[in-house]
Design a protein around this ligand. Sequence first.
Ligand code: GSH
Length: 209
Amino acid sequence: MANNHHYKLLYFDTAGRAEHIRYIFAYAGIEFEDFRIPKDKWPEIKKTTPFGKLPVLEIDGKPVAQSNAIARHLAKQVGLTGQSEWEALQCDVLVDTLGDLQDSVMKAVKEPDPIKREEIKARVTKEELPFYLSKFEKIVKDNGGFSVGSDITWSDLVFAVLLDQFENMYGKTALNSYPALKGLKERVHSIPSIKAYLEKRPPRSPLPK
Ligand SMILES: N[C@@H](CCC(=O)N[C@@H](CS)C(=O)NCC(=O)O)C(=O)O
């Protein structure tokens, strides 16, 4: 896809909040510099970022913060925001709802007290995950395999990234009760440009605390 901008994505050496941005670049065949900041360099670089957080995307040298603002901007450029304003809105709704679920999951991961951690993890696993996943499953099934409308959107890419992370955390059978979601993830991962990206993607390393 033609795009004349120079893109440099700054993030840590992990998937985290940058992976959906990398997927959009990969999907659209847009070259970008995947600048993975080593932990020890972060305190220095942090001072130079717009709001002290990553990811930051430098577009022709101008730094832009906020992962979903960045992803939405790129999605618009490459035609991944659906067929109408209504579909663009549905993409935003799903991406934000996936963010809510991800926040709950991460709360369990980040809890330092091991007893509280297990309690949160049990609640998320028993209540929040099935609540959200069953709703997402119905949406994707009703749309014939897409999260929004009848064609791929950036929401599908965000689903693929997060469902993959859930499988890594909860095991490969975690999505067995959600065949439409599993199918969505697999279909995104079999798109040749995404497949090529996944094959050369560096191994994950943990985020700095
Ligand atoms: N809402 C922001 C959140 C950014 C954020 O929390 N980034 C974390 C990594 S996922 C960070 O920069 N942590 C290091 C720090 O705060 O020093 C986004 O989606 O971009």
